[in-house]
Design a protein around this ligand. Structure first.
Ligand code: PLP
Length: 281
């Protein structure tokens, strides 16, 4: 039986309930975080908590529990649910009132929810087989730097990917890839440079992206933060995604076309190993 932490209380996940007038339900007025758990420990927790504070601050939702308090709850959930490998999902909404109104009231009490998901990332078949992605139009709003729970654009992209037999969609705006539906997108270009789009409101500032770029620089892989096209990705030596729930995974096909020899590349493998080693250190 899984445990939820909801507004200060631990309870069985199946029994955790939020009122229908919660603005998270009515307006998607909220933000979220997903943090990996490896060997029973949080991965890159400080970065995820800092981004939560940034996302919540950007839409003016006060955190009802400070970062240290949230991390303590996350560790307690890991212990209660005996999670060795998996995720912590956290959602913060502006809370509920007695009626539906676009304008939030002053002094609302936010809703804060956390629960675990067991998942064995290390056994992901995509590590050896590589992933297929599709290109898909960027249909989302323009503040993608805020980790909003309004995820309809991502859901549509994932459905399109699944219908095409692919696992992820790379979203394309003005000819350039912004990011994946639930990941950041990277390629290794013909010169051996790791290329990923620079940070802006156009994409989520991925915690895994930042960690992987730092590891690449540390281990002598040249890095360029710039936008790239699907055509460049198809001509690249390697392609990959990064996210808390996948770490680093090779992309070997885009829109059914094979990248390089169709096998996961050496820089992708190395960055994945380095990321996992750093998470375990
Ligand atoms: N971009 C989007 C749209 C995402 O949803 C995610 C994660 O779920 C990422 C990027 C990767 O971010 P992180 O590495 O912080 O998990």
């Amino acid at each position: 039986q899984r445990t939820a932490w909801l507004n200060g209380e631990y309870l069985p996940l199946a029994e955790a309930k939020v009122p229908v007038l919660d603005r998270g339900f009515l307006f998607a007025d909220g933000v979220y975080e997903v943090t990996a758990v490896l060997d029973g420990r949080l991965v890159d927790s400080a970065a995820h908590l800092a981004r939560l504070e940034r996302s919540a601050g950007a839409i003016g939702i006060p955190l009802p529990v400070d970062a240290a308090g949230i991390a303590a709850v996350e560790r307690e959930l890991i212990a209660r649910d005996s999670i060795t490998r998996g995720l912590i999902y956290l959602q913060l909404t502006r809370g509920g009132t007695d009626d539906r109104d676009f304008l939030p009231r002053a002094g609302m009490r936010p809703t804060l929810l956390m629960f675990t998901q067991a998942r064995d990332f290390l056994a992901n078949p995509a590590v050896e087989a590589g992933m297929s992605v599709i290109s898909w139009p960027e249909l989302r709003w323009t503040r993608r730097d805020i980790k909003s729970v309004a995820l309809l654009g991502q859901v549509m992209a994932k459905q399109a990917a699944a219908a095409a037999g692919a696992q992820e969609a790379w979203l394309v705006e003005d000819g350039f890839v912004t990011e994946g539906a639930s990941s950041n997108a990277m390629i290794v270009d013909e010169a051996g440079t790791l290329v990923t789009r620079s940070l802006s409101n156009a994409l989520l500032h991925g915690c895994t992206r930042a960690a992987v770029l730092a590891l690449a620089a540390q281990y002598g892989v040249p890095v360029a933060e710039r936008a790239f096209t699907i055509a460049e990705a198809l001509a690249a030596r390697e392609a990959m995604i990064t996210s808390a729930s996948s770490f680093v995974l090779p992309v070997t096909r885009i829109d059914g076309q094979v990248i390089a020899d169709g096998r996961p590349g050496p820089i992708t493998r190395r960055l994945r190993e380095l990321y996992i080693a750093a998470a375990r250190a």
